[in-house]
Design a protein around this ligand. Structure first.
Ligand code: AMP
Length: 296
């Protein structure tokens, strides 16, 4: 292996565990004129996460991945304790991709004992996930702001997979005049159409097959939507159709099917072009979310 061998460079990923070390590296990069991108994750990385890194690499000179399972976005009854942690494998995948740095802070680094400042999340956080998980977006907004500040990134890439989360972050950055640009990347799916998620590993093989019905319901929604001129299809009609597809595939535990304006996330009665469809269901004990933008 020589210094000019690209695979040698790929092994050069640096790991930082404190904000001070991370910021020092970023200052050095910025001093040499480099632009910085960040991809925040909770680890247990899959191809969906890696697609965000690749998108960031095309836009900026240096890409930082962050791995932090953020306790403040989990309610006490949620799966914080069971959330998959696969750090060694995550680091290997990031290194293979040529990620420049990974930031892996401990809980006490992000939330020291005297920590007491939280972001009051924007209006788009109130419904859907926010209604079912009331403290979730407060925790998300707070940790994302800390990571944007900690990395001083010019660009942050988030997945459309978490549609409402991306809307919350875009609104927060806009409302607080944060200079970081937010890019929302497409949903990366398994061959079955199931959106990739760290939580998919909780699914048994029977449940995984059943979870495929989510994408079937989305495909049915796309087809129905495309048959109607804007403003002529009711949300109720499309929701009923999607429920039928979910039920036919064995999914009966539906938290919500929301047909909403893609910007405000407000429920629509009559569907406009475009319309966002947000889906949250439970398959066994695993909660899965998915979404799509319906457009003509
Ligand atoms: P998480 O580790 O679940 O917090 O996700 C970290 C980032 O990856 C978030 O911006 C997610 O929206 C994004 N992400 C998760 N799953 C996917 C996927 N299947 N396709 C694209 N992005 C994803």
């Amino acid at each position: 292996m020589t210094a000019s061998d690209p695979s040698a460079l790929r092994n050069n990923m640096q790991q930082f565990n404190t904000f001070a070390e991370m910021q020092l590296q970023v200052r050095n990069w910025k001093r040499s004129g480099a632009t910085i991108g960040v991809v925040p994750t909770m680890g247990a990385l899959h191809a969906g996460h890696l697609s965000l890194i690749e998108i960031a690499q095309k836009q900026v000179d240096r890409v930082i991945a962050t791995i932090f399972v953020n306790p403040t976005q989990f309610a006490p009854q949620e799966d914080l304790g069971q959330y998959p942690r696969t750090l060694a494998d995550d680091l290997k995948q990031l290194r293979t991709l040529g990620t420049d740095a990974v930031f892996v802070p401990a809980n006490e680094e992000v939330y020291p004992p005297d920590f007491s400042t939280f972001v009051d999340p924007p209006r788009v956080s109130l419904e859907w996930e926010g209604a079912i998980r009331p403290i979730h977006f407060r925790g998300v907004a707070t940790v994302v702001l800390k990571l944007l500040n900690g990395t001083q990134a010019d660009l942050a890439v988030f997945g459309q997979k978490d549609f409402q989360q991306a809307a919350v972050i875009k609104a927060m950055v806009r409302d607080l005049n944060h200079p970081c640009e937010i890019l929302v990347a497409p949903i990366f799916r398994e061959p079955s159409g199931l959106a990739m998620s760290s939580r998919n590993r909780y699914l048994s093989s029977v449940e995984r097959t059943r979870a495929g019905a989510i994408y079937q319901a989305i495909l049915a929604a796309r087809a129905k939507f495309s048959e109607h001129p804007s403003g002529t299809l009711s949300a109720d009609e499309l929701e009923t159709l999607m429920r039928e597809h979910l039920r036919a595939g064995g999914i009966t535990d539906i938290d919500y099917i929301a047909l909403v304006d893609p910007d405000s996330l407000q429920r629509l009665d009559c569907l406009t072009n475009p319309t966002a469809v947000l889906v949250a269901v439970r398959v066994g004990s695993t909660r899965l979310i998915d979404n799509d933008i319906l457009s003509l």
